[in-house]
Design a protein around this ligand. Sequence first.
Ligand SMILES: NC(=O)c1ccc[n+]([C@@H]2O[C@H](COP(=O)([O-])OP(=O)(O)OC[C@H]3O[C@@H](n4cnc5c(N)ncnc54)[C@H](O)[C@@H]3O)[C@@H](O)[C@H]2O)c1
Length: 355
Amino acid sequence: MKMDVAILGSGVMGESVIKHLRECPQVGRIVAYDIRKERLEEMKSQYNVDITSDLNQVFGDSTIRLVFVTSSNDSHKALTIAALEAGKAVMCEKPMATTLADAEEMVNVAERTKGFLQIGFELRYSKLYTKVKDWIDQGLLGEVVNIHCLYCSTAYPKDAWRNKLSAGDTFPERLSHYVDLTRWWIGSEVNEVYSACSPNIVPYTEVRDNYHTTYRFNSGAVSHISYYMNYPAMFRGDPLANNVADLQLGDGHKLRYIVVGTKGAAETDVFYRHIKRWQFSDSPEGMASDLVEDLTWDCKEGKTYYHNTHDQALDIVRRVAEGLPPKTSARDALQTMRLCFAAIESADEKRPVRI
Ligand SMILES: NC(=O)c1ccc[n+]([C@@H]2O[C@H](COP(=O)([O-])OP(=O)(O)OC[C@H]3O[C@@H](n4cnc5c(N)ncnc54)[C@H](O)[C@@H]3O)[C@@H](O)[C@H]2O)c1
């Protein structure tokens, strides 16, 4: 039997989820909700979805089994908790919430109600990053000891809600994906975080626009994220799609990982669309390293290689339809959020933070 699905927040992300849901054979009606009525009218005329600006119509409708919380960050907690209490399965976009206490409350409600709650860390579905995970799981890199992530993105437009402190800091909003990925790859928990930030470069942002953050893991591994806003050339388009069409190639956009293990290393580059693997060996002259895999992907496949919200949405629908748990538990996602808020605390207090 088909199930109906609601989208709570029908902006850019809500729209892309609607497109994905159209491909799901298990999905019947799609109901879009938003606080902006004119946006709902747009969704109705473009995608022929049902629309409502009354949340009670969503929560009181027993045919709606699953909701996607794709609204701005400040509303995630209230919408997620209300949906769980109404017995709906929930997919909530990252960042879970704007404070750690709110995120903890969401997980507690999910556990008390025995509800389904998955957080939108879709890089765990990305073909690019799953390839690195497969190499690690096959032992090809040995024990992962050191990870570096370099990320440069454009600034947000002046009127964006993401610039405001009410959206939460840049770290959970922009960098939580990259902390989650590192935890997934290393497979160990973090015990210490240190962040250093310079004064902002983008004058109108209330949130920070740069971070150098280092994590120390129980396994002994360390990881580092360097993030700069506003260094690449400004291109006003869909940030998830432009790299697919090569529009941001070579203009300063960077999203690059270097993953170093005891037996080999890997490198991924989203904008130059490459993934490479090196294998270490002993030789009479010293330790040798050989490039053994050098892969690329077609720009048309960019969305599944990088932010794979497509496969994530289809997987969540399947899991809910079949009564399966989330791919990654909400409590696991909470640990990623804890590390994001610890990075902010460290930057604020200019000291390492123990986890
Ligand atoms: N996983 C990812 O890679 C990814 C990418 C983009 C956005 N996101 C997340 O998705 C969420 C939405 O981002 P976006 O880019 O679509 O933003 P957006 O500004 O395009 O859309 C947000 C929508 O939420 C609506 N809204 C605000 N408060 C609401 C409320 N209380 N109830 C219902 N609707 C409300 C707004 O009217 C707007 O239509 C954010 O949390 C963002 O961090 C995640």
